[in-house]
Design a protein around this ligand. Structure first.
Ligand SMILES: NC(=O)c1ccc[n+]([C@@H]2O[C@H](COP(=O)([O-])OP(=O)(O)OC[C@H]3O[C@@H](n4cnc5c(N)ncnc54)[C@H](OP(=O)(O)O)[C@@H]3O)[C@@H](O)[C@H]2O)c1
Length: 440
């Protein structure tokens, strides 16, 4: 008989309590699949008296998660406290230092200290698994680390934050403003009281840095990700996207370029017929452009207690089976430092929306400024002023909304053209710019 795998679990909140529930419900099936029983021996949280909807009586209570991490009875330490600092960091370091395998859902900790923790895990021949840190129940970490070990990747991109996708979905479906949809998301518990970490793109950046490390061998570093959030997106953009055959999503994109690995998070126009464009509400999705074969898209619940716990339990199961590979898919010493994406060199199509002054010469000036930067126009839409072209016979000087989709160009060229157009005083206010991400 193989001895049971003994688990010490720190953090019995939304995810931790769900992990205890799944381990109890699936005890027999898990034991059969892993060839050994999985047994929780001790748990730790701040308040012993709190009702967590699960029976904790049968587990030993550890008041200090760091002490639990070095408990001799524990084989695998499961960290579900959260946060990039202590006690989560100290506890994970302690567990790995004593040769115990670790399972964590803590993207903040991994984004900041992932490479160092991976080195420690490798030195101690311990496993460090973190399937739950990105994409909730979607097995994206395993897919990149193991399922596609024989492939090279051109690009990995995804909807990694359910709050943002919920807001953009509601804005599109109900023609509501960003502020109204954010309030609704907060009322439903999809957005935090302080939503900036989600809506400004930082949560997506942390997850993207982890995916980029697995796909391209970069050292996890959220500071090397270019980040832009969704608060500037207006209902007009979503309406125009629909008309032009696109949808707007907050994407995290990591891709191979001639300048190195570009990592960026920003609102993105994606073709309406792409797999990622179909993903609505709080659901997450990741598309992997695998060289030589068609893209692979994984879609599923990206957060929530049971979805996240499903990934945590899968990691515990892997440890029970003896799976212990380098955490980021290759030895940590071989991970390369990634520089922040120089966005001025980014190449792609662009959506540009501005208010053009309806006066003679406007259209010609705009066309000339774009041509000076070798920017070719794929489509142009002028809105709400009847059939009359800009600067036509009855031009009245009132601003007219104009939307331009460009063919592939550089960000530098687009920004130069817009600067010149603004200096020419033929538009009113700041132009809106959204990058387009095409199917491969
Ligand atoms: N919730 C999700 O949908 C989700 C999705 C993906 C990843 N994650 C990640 O999963 C992890 C856990 O998230 P969660 O939503 O379950 O958080 P949570 O509900 O806030 O639970 C955190 C748990 O940690 C305990 N804790 C906090 N500080 C502690 C300390 N100093 N010592 C001991 N225990 C401490 C808390 O104890 P008390 O209960 O006594 O306060 C609580 O049980 C985080 O890394 C998060 O990023 C969560």
């Amino acid at each position: 008989m193989v001895a049971p795998l003994k688990v010490g679990l720190a953090g019995v909140g939304t995810v931790g309590a769900a992990v205890l529930r799944i381990l109890a419900q699936e005890q027999a099936a898990l034991g059969a699949r892993c060839g050994r029983a999985i047994e929780v021996v001790a748990v730790s949280a701040r308040s012993p008296a709190k009702d967590r909807g699960v029976d904790l009586q049968k587990f030993r209570w550890a008041s200090d998660p760091v002490a639990l991490a070095s408990d001799p009875e524990v084989d695998v330490f499961v960290e579900l406290i959260g946060g990039e600092g202590d006690p989560a960091k100290k506890a994970v370091e302690t567990a790995l230092s004593t040769g115990k395998s670790v399972v964590t859902a803590n993207k903040a900790l991994l984004a900041r200290h992932g490479a160092a923790l991976a080195r420690l895990a490798e030195q101690k021949k311990a496993a460090l698994h973190f399937e739950a840190a990105v994409g909730g129940a979607i097995p994206i970490i395993r897919t990149l680390r193991e399922g596609l070990i024989g492939n090279s990747f051109a690009r990995v991109y995804g909807i990694l934050n359910g709050t943002c996708n919920y807001i953009l979905t509601r804005m599109e479906q109900d023609n509501l403003s960003f502020a109204d949809c954010l309030k609704e998301a907060q009322r439903l518990g999809y957005a935090e009281a302080d939503p900036s970490f989600d809506v400004d793109g930082h949560d997506t950046a942390q997850k993207l840095a982890i995916l980029a490390s697995l796909a391209f061998g970069t050292r996890v570093d959220p500071d090397s990700v270019y980040v832009e959030g969704i608060s500037s997106i207006a209902p007009e953009d979503l309406e125009a996207a629909e008309e032009l055959g696109y949808r707007v999503k907050l994407l995290g994109v990591a891709m191979k370029t001639l300048n190195g690995i570009e990592q960026r998070v920003h609102p993105t126009m994606v073709p309406r017929d792409s797999a990622i464009a179909q993903v609505m509400g709080v659901t997450n999705a990741v598309t992997i452009d695998v060289e030589e074969i068609s893209p692979i898209t994984l879609v599923g619940p990206g957060a929530g207690g049971m979805a996240t716990a499903s990934a945590v339990v899968a990691d515990i199961g892997d440890i029970a089976r003896g799976v212990c590979a380098p955490p980021f898919g290759r030895p940590a010493a071989g991970l390369t430092v990634s520089k922040k994406a120089p966005m001025q060199r980014h190449e792609g199509g662009y959506y540009i929306r501005f208010l053009a002054l309806d006066q003679p010469g406007t259209a010609a000036t705009i066309a000339q400024r774009l041509a000076e930067q070798q920017i070719s126009i794929e489509s142009i839409v002028q809105r709400h002023r009847g059939e009359r072209p800009l600067g036509g016979e009855h031009a009245g000087g009132m601003p007219v909304p104009v939307i331009i989709i460009t063919y592939a160009t550089t960000e530098d060229a687009v920004r130069r053209a817009l600067k010149a157009i603004e200096a020419d005083r033929v538009i009113s206010g700041k132009p809106q710019l959204i990058r387009i991400e095409k199917n491969r």
